[in-house]
Design a protein around this ligand. Structure first.
Ligand code: NAP
Length: 294
């Protein structure tokens, strides 16, 4: 049995369906709160649980061979935080997987480190360290920003004006990766034991700035004009005012500031080792979007 924690999310639902279509028994653990839950195949079982509550993980872990952790507490419902979900929630999952004798495939982020300026990256790194020093057989998959997530965000902020918001300078090339490409690697990691003990880093093949991505989204939808910039001074102000009352807004403002300066990632070594892995350019992800006529 494969337990996909976060299997109601964008990546997790794709992973759960892929594994189910391989004929594996798949169970998704969810709090049942997702606003737009990913569509799960009929045969995928769903159990309720919250990674912040270790007791809720005991029963779902029975008979599990591999746990996939596709959770995030950077944004979302239920008062989640990177500390309570990406660090402590993952640690609860690792404890439970160890007791059950299960392997673990954990999603992390490129740039995860103890000294990062971004809380999410520090919390993911702490979970990685706990996994690596424990008794589970593990695989860690770090990836760059998901193309579909950011395209969706640009479409959402464009609203009726047709002018997506670009937070910060938006001039730093980012190697956006398709969530389907990430899901394909997770699927491989679940079924291929030779990937245990490996930290894999995955990104997309076509680095583009956030401004360019916004322009691509506009062109695809037939929106005219230029994207709207939210200047860095405004992001600093938001982080230090409303961000103190609404921590999620503070995190998002700080993340937008960081995205202006993060190094552009490359994954040539992984691609050489696994030439058959899907490698979708971000322009293709945009082109595949469904345009709903006005
Ligand atoms: N999006 C990106 O750009 C990006 C980039 C690099 C790495 N990643 C990593 O990839 C993974 C998947 O990301 P995503 O964007 O696909 O996520 P997503 O769509 O936002 O889904 C997040 C999932 O986390 C689950 N979750 C949150 N808090 C939970 C809790 N307390 N207990 C149990 N489940 C909880 C949610 O389940 P319920 O709400 O149903 O409980 C949901 O299924 C995450 O580990 C993320 O850090 C994402």
């Amino acid at each position: 049995m494969i337990l996909v924690v976060g299997g109601s999310g964008r990546l997790g639902s794709s992973v759960a369906n892929r594994l189910h279509r391989r004929g594996l028994a798949v169970c998704v653990l969810s709090r049942g709160l997702a606003a737009n839950p990913g569509t799960l195949d009929g045969g995928v079982e769903v159990v309720q649980g919250d990674v912040r509550d270790p007791a809720s993980l005991v029963a779902p872990m029975e008979g599990v061979d591999v746990v996939v952790s596709a959770i995030q507490g950077f944004a979302g419902r239920g008062g989640v935080t990177p500390q309570s979900v990406d660090r402590d929630g993952n640690i609860h999952l690792i404890d439970a997987a160890e007791r059950a004798g299960a392997d673990m495939v954990m999603l992390s982020v490129i740039g995860a480190s103890a000294g990062s300026g971004m809380e999410l990256m520090r919390m993911k790194f702490a979970a990685e360290q706990r996994l690596r020093s424990g008794s589970c057989q593990w695989t860690i998959l770090r990836s760059d920003a998901y193309a579909e997530t950011w395209i969706g965000l640009l479409e959402q902020t464009a609203g009726r004006s047709g002018k997506p918001r670009v937070f910060g300078r938006g001039d730093n090339p980012i190697s956006w990766v398709s969530v389907e490409d990430v899901a394909a690697v997770v699927e491989r990691a679940v079924v291929d034991n030779s990937l245990r003990g490996r930290v894999l880093e995955l990104c997309g093949p076509e680095p583009e700035t956030l401004t360019r991505l916004a322009e691509m989204v506009m062109a695809h939808h037939g929106w005219t004009g230029t994207p709207k910039n939210v200047p860095r001074s405004m992001l600093h102000l938001m982080a230090n005012t409303v961000g103190r009352i609404k921590p999620e807004l503070g995190r998002q403002s700080r993340a937008a500031l960081a995205m202006d300066t993060l190094p552009t990632s490359h994954d040539a070594a992984l691609r050489r080792e696994f030439p058959d892995l899907p490698c979708t350019p971000v322009s293709q992800v945009v082109a595949r979007r469904i345009v709903i006529p006005e």
